[in-house]
Structure formats: C-alpha cells, structure tokens
Design a protein around this ligand. Structure first.
Ligand code: NCD
Length: 357
C-alpha cells in the first residue's frame, strides 16, 4: 500500500503525473464527480487548520466521496490519552483513506505502523507537509512554466516552517535549481535539511538575512509566516515576528516574471497591496492544492494493492531518547527510541530526523 508522509515518497515522474491529472480534473470536473462514490476519507486533525483540512474535504466531496473526522484533538479520544497508534488503527478500520495532521514531529510514522489504509501526512509539527508541496509544485509548474532552471528564494521561518522543508526536498530533484535562504539567524534552515538534502544533492544555496538585497535575482519567492505556535520562548517570537514584510516597494526590484507563493495563512509578511500584483499567485496556489489533493486521493486509492513506498530507514533501538522537545517519540510512551545513521554517520531519530546527541 502506498502512503504519503514525505514528499520524497513520490518520484518526480509520479509528481509530474499528479500535476497532469490535477490539470485534467480542473478542466473536466464533471468527469470526476462520482469517481469516489461510496469511498470515505477521514480527516484527523490533531492540530488546527483551515485550508488543508477544508481542501482535503472539498477534494473528496468533489470526487463524490464522503468525509468524516475531527478538527481538534480535544474532540477525539486523544483527550482521554489515546495514542496515535491506536487512533489510526481504529479509524483505518472504518474508512478507505486517512489524512492526518499532528503537532508532534514524526507522528505519521507512528500511524503508518498500524494503518490498514493509505495514510497522508497533512503536516507533522515543524517537520514535513508534503501535500502543501504538491500545491506548490503545481503552482510553480503552471505559473512559472517549469520545475527546473529556477532560483528560488525562501523567506521567513525556515527553522519551523515545515512547508519549506518539504519544498526544498522536492525542488532539489530538478535540474539547475539554486536556493536563497532568507531568514533571521535564529530561524535558519535545520541541519537535517542542509546535510541530507542540499549538500547531498550538491544544490547551490546561500543563507542571507536581507530580502531587499536578494529579491532581484529570484524566479520564485516563497514567503512564510513566523510559526508562533512552535516557539518555546514567546519573547523570541515577539522579537522576530515582523522580520520580513513584502510590499509594493520591494516588488519593484523583482523580475517581471517572478512568482510569489505563500502556503497561507498570511499574518503580515505580505502587505495586502501586493495581492493585486499579477506575480502574486498565493490564492491561485490554494486552488491548485485542491486539485492536487484530488489527484493524490485517486492515485492512493488506485494503488492500494501496490507495495509500500515508505522507505524504511535502517533503524536500530537506542538507549538515548530523542532530544527534540517536539518529537512524537517523547509523547507516545510505548515507542522505542528508534534511530538511524545518515550519510554523514550522524545518528538521527527515525521519527523526527533530529540529531541524537
Ligand atoms: C501551512 C502549515 O500548516 O504548515 N499552512 C498550510 O497548510 N497551508 C503554513 C503555516 O501554517 O504557516
């Protein structure tokens, strides 16, 4: 059975096919409106969401299927102390496919151990968000006309922004890609993304702090919000929250062909005046996201009998627990401390990929 936990669970060929199918659905919605009749999707959102949950639900309803689930962990047995492992086991006995979002990093890797149906990661803490990346890739392909030969600026909270981690992973597989990573020093991209993705694939990148100085070189500008809910120290958030604001003045220095993406929700990192600029494609991005989720649901339901695509890391059990305070393995008590060695022989948590020190 195939699942989607990390964008790298899909090959570039599969992603291209998803984009083609999603564009076909967008042009011929009637042909798809009953294709999932009598199929059920569960949306298990242990963490708040507007776009992603509604986009999944709208996707399934537009395929003629049904949806059930919860949008808040307090409305589930988690409030009674139930584990992710058990919740997923039970729900997967009721439905045909599950989309789950969880505040703890690595939670879907626990879910995949017990699920009986395809599982989609709709965001796990500050770790990954592969279906947002599907929306991003469809947007870049359709609006910029290509997925290769791009200078991509990623700006904002690169530390906790899970959409950024998944986007960098996905884009690193296309030809002639380089990144300008724009963030305050405190919110730089995590080491696992640098080492396991950028360095490993020999992708050129620069880490800078100024958006003004970099904007003129970019083909894509991916703005992100500072992720308030992930800060352990709220004073640090207050200091960093207004680090970047994209406005009309800064857009004047950008290429005519540059596209501005944002996974949304926007807080104040893009001035509303920019919405009128034809280079701003972040609202179109939400529509591409729905069609990509429709294409993904169809694919996973169709490929239920195929072998799993989840790369089982070569793991062993460690005596040390993960030191990432956001890791699922610290919450689910019955989980053993599974670790693996990366390319550079660094020992990492098999759930959240954090370095075990
Ligand atoms: C993103 C997320 O949840 O990570 N939103 C989304 O899914 N569209 C980005 C964010 O919350 O900043």
């Amino acid at each position: 059975m195939k699942h989607l936990l990390n964008i790298l669970d899909l090959s570039t060929k599969e992603i291209y096919e998803l984009i083609k199918v999603s564009n076909h659905i967008a042009r011929n919605p009637k042909r798809y409106q009953n294709i999932c009749a009598h199929k059920q999707l569960a949306t298990l959102f242990f963490e708040p969401s507007t776009r992603t949950r509604l986009s999944f639900e709208s996707a399934m309803l537009s395929l003629g299927g049904q949806v059930l689930g919860f949008s808040n962990a307090n409305a589930s047995s988690t409030a009674k102390g139930e584990s992710v492992r058990d919740t997923i086991k039970v729900v997967s006995g009721y439905v045909d496919i599950i989309a789950m979002r969880h505040p703890k990093e690595g939670a879907p890797y626990v879910g995949v151990e017990t699920t009986q149906v395809p599982l989609i990661n709709a965001g796990d803490g500050g770790h990954f968000h592969p279906t947002q990346t599907l929306a991003d890739l469809a947007t870049i392909y359709n609006e910029a006309g290509r997925l290769d030969n791009l200078v991509i600026g990623v700006c904002g909270d690169l530390k906790y922004g899970r959409t950024v981690h998944s986007l960098i992973g996905a884009m690193s597989r296309y030809k002639n890609i380089s990144f300008v990573l724009i963030s305050p020093d405190e919110l730089k991209i995590p080491e696992f993304v640098k080492k396991d993705i950028l360095d490993k694939n020999h992708i050129p990148y620069k880490e800078v702090t100024s958006l003004e100085d970099s904007i003129s070189k970019l083909d894509i500008l991916y703005m992100t919000r500072i992720q308030k809910e992930r800060f352990l120290d709220i004073k640090q958030f207050d200091r960093l929250k207004d680090s970047y604001v994209l406005d009309v003045k800064k857009m004047k220095n950008a290429k005519k062909s540059m596209k501005v993406l944002h996974p949304l929700p926007r807080v104040n990192e893009i001035a509303v005046e920019v919405d009128k600029d034809p280079r701003a494609v972040y609202f179109k991005q939400t529509v591409y996201g729905k069609y990509m989720r429709m294409a993904l649901i169809l694919k996973l339901l169709k490929e239920k009998k195929k072998p799993s695509n989840i790369k089982i890391k070569d793991t062993h059990i460690s005596t040390k627990r993960c030191s990432n305070p956001h890791c699922i393995s610290l919450v689910e008590q019955e989980l053993e401390a599974k670790v693996y060695k990366d390319e550079n022989k660094i020992v990492r948590c098999a759930y959240c990929d954090a370095e075990i020190d």
